[in-house]
Design a protein around this ligand. Structure first.
Ligand code: FAD
Ligand code: MLT
Ligand code: ZN
Length: 537
């Protein structure tokens, strides 16, 4: 029975409007991230500081050879003159700086091989000559992993971008590592399939980069991690040998599953050149709803109930707090999605094969949320544009935050009930530290959003100026807090140069030792992506 006040009835009508969905998914309407070419200058014309100078503790490893003209000539012989950028600051800039304008390297050479054999020839030479190499995909990583620290050669996979094969009975796709995720998803769309992963950077990131970072994103709740969907990999090892495990088998219990080692290895033990991946059917009916809620307790209730009521059709459950919305509004002229504002929002997506069935389930779930006063307001997208508008807010936080003078980004996982406690604790800690809460404080706000259904919080601290006290207050405080909850200091973005020194907060000594042993075994000269991933001591 409806137990509603007039306000609730009005809100309920709002969500209970018939959902008119065409056969489309949000995948086709995502905004792409555009990578701007900037010769080391940020949008407000500040020069991006060199990583090696900004972050203490980096010293160039003198075992690495400095490039000579002879080396460059050798590389020309492998890839050809047009597939190489050498000593040209303007052209090198896009490869030496990251998406956030936070990390800056000093590479003088970018190589763009077109074949696996060229990658193998490059690595063999680099290994023999002790030339350090940084594999680079779409350069959208958020932990500085794709950017050289000193003069490492950048090995860009951008010219290896062909689809190799597709089996439309099993849905198994094989492709080059340099294929852009959105390109693959669009290509599969024509065949009634889709990629099992999706993220805001899809217009620029490569499938190879996704594999190297074990990217999570917006579909993990439904389709699981890449450790499950990837069937095979082609990898070039640092000595130039090609490890071909491009299996297209779903079942294969013959020996160690070596490909798993490379998923999430961030370019430190091999260069991924090809992938075989299981792709799901593109759902025929997709719905997106947005709820406004008064408390984080209500977010959890909404999640718990969505798993029980929407169960097999639930494909995403994302959340954000009102602080995230405020930063988004500051940098966007998009119309508000709801009349009033609430402390928390959840985005719920359903994907299924029967529209009437899904509509009925979603409507019933939303009604229950309103009647039980879990949600205060709600909207359901009526068409593709509205789906896009709702997703644009969720996907717009990264870019909006990037427009602030400084942002300290954290990507942590923990038990779902702890997520808001983490945000509140950090706010209090920064207030106690004297950097937040006063009119002249450097910190604007502590912002929370993320894949709450996966226990993954993106905690972002936005500041109006650089203040040395801020990072000192956050780190290692936050990592200690996360470790106490048995959480992870990097849920999906990886370690790169941002988190490698803090690995022990998430992994015991014995595991770190074994990781170092694996690194030494596969890359004894340590030429691949040095100064990153594993702690230096
Ligand atoms: P790059 O940034 O080029 O490289 C990342 C790392 O992988 C580096 O260490 C690099 O050396 C290594 N690498 C790249 N290609 C290869 C290769 N072929 N072989 C071996 N090593 C390689 N991440 C998420 O997990 N979930 C999200 O929801 C998400 N959303 C994002 C939204 C925005 C707006 C942005 C800017 C980023 C987001 N990210 C997200 C982070 C980033 O997009 C992912 O980490 C992505 O997987 C990186 O892919 P890339 O091709 O850009 O890799
Ligand atoms: C996201 O989920 O939006 C991405 O991981 C990027 C970010 O954390 O800002
Ligand atoms: Zn994310």
């Amino acid at each position: 029975m409806l137990r509603t006040t007039t306000r609730h009835l009005a809100a309920l009508r709002h969500v209970a409007q018939p959902v008119v969905m065409r056969q489309a998914s949000r995948a086709s309407v995502y905004k792409s991230v555009t990578l701007l070419s900037r010769p080391y200058a940020t949008s407000n014309n500040k020069v991006v500081p060199l990583t090696a100078e900004k972050y203490p503790g980096f010293t160039r490893n003198d075992q690495f050879k400095k490039l000579t003209e002879k080396d460059v000539d050798h590389f020309k012989g492998i890839v050809g003159e047009s597939a190489l950028i050498y000593n040209n600051e303007d052209d090198l800039a896009a490869f030496n700086t990251d998406w956030m304008n936070k990390y800056r390297g000093q590479s003088q050479l970018v190589l763009k091989p077109k074949t696996t054999q060229q990658v193998a020839d490059i690595l063999k030479y680099c290994n023999d000559q002790r030339i350090a190499v940084v594999p680079q995909g779409g350069n959208t990583g958020l932990v500085g992993g794709s950017i050289p620290v000193f003069d490492e050669v950048v090995l860009s996979l951008q010219s290896m971008n062909s689809i190799r094969s597709f089996d439309d009975v099993s849905g198994i796709l094989t492709a080059d590592a340099g294929c852009i995720l959105e390109g693959l998803d669009n290509w599969l769309n024509e065949k009634g399939y889709m990629m099992p992963l999706d993220l805001g950077a899809k217009g620029s990131c490569h499938i190879g980069g996704n594999l190297a970072t074990n990217a999570g994103g917006l579909r993990l709740l439904r389709y699981g991690s890449l450790h499950g969907t990837v069937l095979g990999l082609e990898v070039v090892l640092p000595d130039g040998s090609i490890l071909d495990s491009m299996s297209t088998l779903r079942k294969d219990n013959t020996g160690y599953d070596l490909k798993q080692l490379f998923i999430g290895s961030e370019g430190t033990i091999g260069v991924i050149t090809g992938v075989s991946i299981l792709t799901p059917r593109r759902p025929k009916a997709v719905n997106v709803a947005l709820l406004g809620l008064n408390s984080y307790d209500d977010v959890q209730k909404a999640f718990k109930q969505s798993r029980s009521e929407l169960s097999e059709i639930l494909s995403a459950f994302e959340f954000w707090d009102n602080n995230a919305l405020q930063i988004y509004k500051k940098h966007s002229d998009a119309k508000p999605l709801m009349e009033s504002e609430y402390p928390f929002y959840v985005l719920i997506e359903t994907s299924g094969s029967n529209k009437d069935h899904d509509d009925e389930k979603l409507t019933s779930y939303l009604e229950n949320m309103m009647v039980d006063e879990v949600a205060q307001d709600g909207v359901v997208a009526q068409d593709e544009t509205q789906i896009k508008n709702i997703w644009s807010v969720r996907e717009g936080f990264t870019e909006a935050l990037g427009k602030e003078a400084a942002v300290y980004k954290y990507d942590i996982s923990m038990p779902v009930p702890k997520i808001n406690e983490c945000l509140e604790d950090m706010r209090q800690h920064l207030k106690d530290g004297g950097v937040f809460g006063q009119p002249d404080s450097p910190i604007i706000d502590v912002v929370g959003y993320g894949h709450v259904g996966d226990g993954n919080l993106h905690l972002n601290i936005a500041a109006n100026r650089i203040d040395k006290r801020v990072p000192e207050l956050i780190e290692p405080y936050l990592f200690e807090w996360v470790a106490k909850q048995n959480g992870s200091i990097s849920a999906e973005h990886g370690l790169g140069v941002a988190k490698n020194q803090f690995l022990s907060y998430s992994k015991p000594e014995g595991m770190i030792k074994m990781m170092k042993t694996i690194k030494d075994l596969l890359d004894p000269n340590a030429i691949l992506n040095p100064y990153k991933y594993l702690p230096s001591k």
